[in-house]
Design a protein around this ligand. Structure first.
Ligand code: ZN
Length: 278
């Protein structure tokens, strides 16, 4: 089956995978070693052992049991699977049932998360969970780089002076946080309105399920999704470098979405906007 797989290099990152509304979503970002959602099995997924899940709808998570069994066959270590805390118990029951059917238990490290939770990715890189706004418990994920920088008030000091202050127990540095990537998962536009981290992310992968009025704003909202009209109204609030639009419903071709971008998005924004998925 063709899930419209695509690859986009943007903002120093490679986004690769597929994301079509109601069909399948799974996106890999090799630079971070992260996999976002596992709607279906897809090439390359085995390379990443940390999986950040937005919500439990099958087109985002239905491929997880198969992926975990493939990891076992390849003798890989158990994956770390990060999910909304609300689905930990039902997922446990699903995996209990698989264990009974297969007479074998697939190993994974399942982590349930609430909004605000932080997942360490590697030194200086972490993912934070935000509450997105869908029909079931859901999380958006922001990957951010955290570095320590000298506090501005100490900027003029020489090395030995800073060293002496450190010795005296003075905290001379402060955290500097850069949101590099946000993957919204399925959400209404409220996430964008509510969360500065989303709007500030260097690369924002935002869902736009509806691209015309075959399903209008109200109808799109009922299903917990975003209509292109809603994003258009707020484009000037996006502070990042690239806006990657994903999760197009099967009603819309890539060509149609690109035409909407060309005709309706302001010229000043068009270079930043990417339609993802074939
Ligand atoms: Zn969904």
């Amino acid at each position: 089956m063709d899930f419209g797989e695509d690859t986009l290099e943007v903002g120093g990152l490679t986004l690769t995978g597929a994301t079509r509304g109601g069909i399948a979503t799974s996106l890999r970002v090799p630079e971070f070693g992260l996999l976002f959602d596992v709607g279906v099995p897809m090439a390359g997924q085995l390379r990443h052992s940390r999986i950040l899940v937005s919500h439990g709808h099958q087109d985002h998570l239905g491929g997880l049991p198969y992926l975990l069994s493939q990891r076992h066959l390849a003798r890989q270590k158990p994956a770390d699977v990060h999910v909304p805390v609300e689905i930990v118990d039902p997922l446990g029951r699903i995996f209990d049932a698989w264990a009974e059917i297969e007479d074998f238990r697939m190993e994974m490290r399942l982590h349930g998360h609430q909004p605000g939770d932080v997942v360490p990715v590697r030194k200086g890189l972490e993912a934070v969970a935000l509450r997105s706004d869908h029909r079931v418990p859901s999380l958006a994920w922001v990957v951010r780089r955290v570095t320590r920088r000298l506090k501005p008030e100490y900027a003029g000091l020489e090395g030995p002076q800073i060293h002496a202050m450190r010795k005296d127990g003075v905290e001379v540095t402060e955290a500097h946080v850069e949101p590099l990537l946000c993957v919204t998962g399925d959400t209404r536009i409220e996430l964008f309105d509510r969360e500065p981290l989303v709007r500030q992310s260097k690369v924002l992968v935002h869902e736009v399920t509806s691209w015309d009025d075959r399903r209008d704003v109200e109808h799109t909202r009922q299903w917990g999704h975003t209509h292109v009209d809603e994003l258009l109204e707020r484009l000037d609030r996006f502070e990042g470098e690239a806006l990657v639009l994903v999760h197009r419903s099967a009603r819309h071709s890539r060509a149609q979405a690109e035409q909407v971008v060309a005709e309706r998005f302001p010229a000043s924004m068009r270079d930043k906007v990417h339609v993802f998925g074939h």
